[in-house]
Design a protein. Structure first.
Length: 214
């Protein structure tokens, strides 16, 4: 199955994409995680992406689309994949359509996780991220077993620079302007399914499996 996750920053895309990927045994591809890994490793791409990310802006499409095309061409994506955080603009969605068409496939579902802006700030200020393995936690809703330490890999957890409230406001505006139009885009292709992302995580997960027919 070939899936993409849509939703505002903090809607729960990463949390649910990881669970769906494990359930369906398909790779979870997060462009945010790929950019953060590049920043950590000091690559050219990381240097270019960092200023945009810290400001809460999108990394330009030129730097993003090729990276995803290369990733989707790898062998582990042949049986399906779940994209988290891509596409985020109409040109990215068009580029993705081209890539999957060239691979002789299509996107089965765009899963929209619906969460109102009011709930987002609280989610983001409580989010703690592992920059080593990409796992995310929440200090209230999904705390790690040991405070400040990743359950999966034992590395320290951080509050991302771009999760501070000032930057979250910018990211929400960017989401409404540039990413929300994708809901209509995938609706027009009859690929859109939506779930209520304000429910507890386990319920959101069960709802996602239901709407994708698993
Ligand atoms: P969140 O999960 O909170 O929505 P991400 O980890 O997906 O955040 O993304 C963090 C930042 O990385 C974004 O604010 C943006 O700067 C950059 N980014 C990630 N994916 C994309 C993309 N598809 N296009 C442009 N920028 C992106
Ligand atoms: P996204 O990838 O869309 O930016 P995340 O999956 O990282 O979102 O989730 C954002 C924050 O909200 C994290 O701290 C996560 O633990 C928490 N979270 C995710 N889903 C829920 C939920 N259904 N209820 C409460 N908190 C949630
Ligand atoms: Zn980790």
């Amino acid at each position: 199955m070939r899936l993409i996750m849509l939703g505002a920053p903090g809607a729960g895309k990463g949390t649910q994409a990881a669970r769906v990927a494990a359930e369906l045994k398909i790779p979870h591809i997060s462009t945010g995680d790929i950019f953060r890994a590049n920043i950590k490793n000091g690559t050219e791409l990381g240097k270019k992406a960092k200023a945009f990310m810290d400001a809460g802006k999108l990394v330009p499409d030129e730097l993003t689309c090729d990276l995803v095309a290369d990733r989707l061409a790898q062998a582990d994506c042949a049986g399906g994949f779940i994209l988290d955080g891509f596409p985020r603009t109409i040109p990215q969605a068009e580029a993705l359509d081209k890539v999957v068409a060239e691979l002789g496939t299509k996107i089965d579902y765009a899963v929209n996780i619906d969460v109102p802006d009011e709930a987002i700030i609280e989610r983001m200020s409580g989010r703690r991220a592992c920059l080593s393995c990409g796992a995310t936690y929440h200090v209230v809703y999904n705390p790690p077993k040991t405070e400040g330490i990743c359950d999966t890999c034992g590395q320290p957890l951080v509050l991302r620079e771009d999760d501070k409230p000032e930057t979250v406001q910018t990211r929400l505006s960017v989401y409404h302007e540039q990413t929300q139009p994708l809901i209509e885009y995938y609706g027009a292709k009859n690929a859109l399914v939506s779930v209520d992302g304000t429910k507890p995580m386990d319920e959101v997960f069960a709802d996602i499996l239901k709407v994708i027919g698993k």
